[in-house]
Design a protein around this ligand. Sequence first.
Ligand code: SF4
Length: 911
Amino acid sequence: MIDPANIPALHASHGGIWLRDGGHTIALAKGQAIARAAETPVLLLNAPLTGQRLGYPELNGLDLLELWAFLHPARFLVPTPKGLAQALGLPAPANESDIPALLQEAARAMLARMEAQDWSEREGAWTAAQALNRLRWPWAQLAGPHIAKPKEAERWLFSKLPEWEEAQPRPAPRTIALPEDKVLARLDQLTGTGAEPRAGQRAYAAAASTAFRPKERRDQPNMLLAEAGTGIGKTLGYLAPASLWAGEAQGTVWVSTYTKALQRQLDRESLRLFPNPAVAARRVVVRKGRENYLCLLNLEDALQGGFAGRAAILAQLVARWAAYSKDGDMVGGDLPGWLPTLFRRNGSTALTDRRGECIYAGCPHYRKCFIERSARASADADIVIANHALVMINAARGRETGQRPQRIVFDEGHHLFDAADSTFSVALSGQEAIELRRWIMGPESGSRGRRRGLAARLSDLASYDEEGGQAIRGAIDAAQALPADEWLKRVVAGEPFGPVEALLGAVRGTVYARAADAGEADAGYGLETELAEPDGPLVEAAQEAALALDALVKPLTRLSRRLEAVIEDAPDWLDSAARARIEGAVASLGWRRDLIAAWLALLARIGGPADADYVDWLAVDRVEGREYDIGIHRHWLDPTRPLAETVLKPAQGVIITSATLTGGGEWDNAERRSGAIHLPGGAERFEAASPFDYPGRAEVLIVTDIKRGDIAALSGAYGRLIEAAGGGTLGLFTAIRRLRAVHARIADRLARTGLPLYAQHVDPMDTGTLVDIFRDDPRASLLGTDALRDGVDVPGHSLRLVVMEGVPWSKPTVLHAARRLAGGGNAYDDRLIRARLAQAFGRLIRRAEDKGSFVILSAAMPSRLLSAFPPGTPIRRLTLDEAIIAVSRQAHSEPPLGLSAALGHGGATPA
Ligand code: SF4
């Protein structure tokens, strides 16, 4: 057996590069490190990140994170040296130069664990190691001798996973009312004995219970808008009536969030509702879009030769994980978020069902399928934790699936408008159209994975039913008019093939002509232009494309009718598997037909009259000058209208809640952005201010001497502020370009003083992992964009300073301009900006004992926006030098004793 102490170990950060070899650790230069790593495999932690630090992205080696994924497949790990040490019970490294030795120690400890009798993830390891050895996984040779060969052949994943049970559909819930004393007693039970009663939380729970009353009027759900400042404890406040109602009425409450962070927190809270984890897993179900889950058929295909090279190794590690996963969720579930990035995202998306190619009951793994299991589990659950988009889609399509959400709590309700905006929008773009073509026609040459077209998915219908077969062939013929592989190249070269590619060419021509006039074409970012006054070639191309799409709708409609008739007549060949498959096909055909109908409406608009309900525009999507999609877009001017029609009106009860629902007391705004104005009886209101001592524990500092557009000054300011706070800083940007520029200028300097700096859009890691690293290391800082403004929940000392690069103005898009015009001009902009400021500020104080500074680097921050901050919070305009003194004082002062006890229990972190 090889002792890892004899394998060289490499660590590289912005602070330097260290190699341990032959018992000595030395600092070395990039070139030397690259040469060493190229000549012999080295131990390292996170190869892509190390490679990036070395300026050598292809770096490979013995990555300890891959070994961890093999050893403990579904176990959480913060992927840093400190996180690894902690997970293995080893002393944390005191200096960066100690890290290579730690890597050797950690490798030894992990290999030793494979010999331990109580290795809980032993099953399947030997077989996986054999397969990984054949794939030349660098660890296979080292790990192999430590894994005992099992006496009996190991069951392979697909026979080992449990099957879900078909259950009787749940009857409609009972009609009950919730007495307030019972709701409050449930709240006491959830907060725990000994917790100090919190008046705000009790009032909140009582208000939330009104949404569970029996519905009195058609189209008017019991609707509550509830603004509860951070620290009220609203999660348990609504879970108290929700869980009580679900238990007594035998129904399901959907709790919907916008961020994964809150979903995870809610999942953890489920143990308060049901302390027995087995019961909790049954009664509280996390439900996500199907593209999040592992598709076992895709995995089987990957394991059996569909994937090659590194992607095949990833498939093996994913198969290890699937055997131990709680729910098969690959995005934000128990698959480490860092695992796909170790493989440069190579293959991970092909393992999910992203393109609606599921063959349902025709799939050999249907009865074990994670997606099917989660859908069934949610039908019987008390609480379903989902996201806004999924709730809206289920509400819109729920008639077919029998899973229409009827009682809904929208937490993070300030995002409902944006979620509705994207859910109810339409895009006729090259990417969307080629997806439809593939769904109908199946794979084109050389495509990876198991892709099947309509004919393969409905092979029995195609062969036994003449009319059905004809409709399928008709659809395949008509789908030839849709864009095919390499469409973008052809369109850019001016050689489109077929009417839809020709349309995209005309769209592109118009966008470039108009955007170039506005001087934007060379900036390298997305381009768009209003769909107004289209020229002759565009109108003609739209008419041709509409004819082609119309010709596609017809056979799809015939096919739908035929499938419905087959279900009705039930011919001999229709066994229960075929029936389920055909029912699945009817539903997905329906969505596709709706999509094409929406495209046709959009095309009719080109050259026709505009519809005041919509905002339409043409766009070329680009990243750093590279085009990746072209299309026509349509959004509702007010997306809360379809929200009200499809989600709110049919529901029995709806709570929309957030810490920043009104944007500073503007209830009209909350009613407009939640869709309450479209309900005949509107909504009830509830309001509770945060119990936190913002005046005593937070401050807003507006730095007035950094000139806009001066990157050197901006970088200098970030660097000095982070130093003053000793790390623990969240830096927020509105443009990725500036974020990268600032990071490049300050990361090395900060690292040399022991202050690691991480950044979204720079470090090759997913956002969730970056936040985990940031949370785990109080000296770390993190730079990011919008997702961090809302999704970061880091209580305690790890986050003590938030720095915004400036006022978060809106991007001047066509959509924004239209809404601004309709929404009152400057007042509309101000509301949006205040909401963003309030969200960003909300990251700072998550618990009563937190404290910190909120800095805006802006010479021109208008005073009218300052009402975004909680009343009483000190706000000062000052120079950078003064701000640095203030930040340093705030970050290093001690919290007053006993304050935490006075202000609340501080257990659950409210969103
Ligand atoms: S049922 Fe569909 S999603 Fe599930 S494993 Fe089979 S093909 Fe994949």
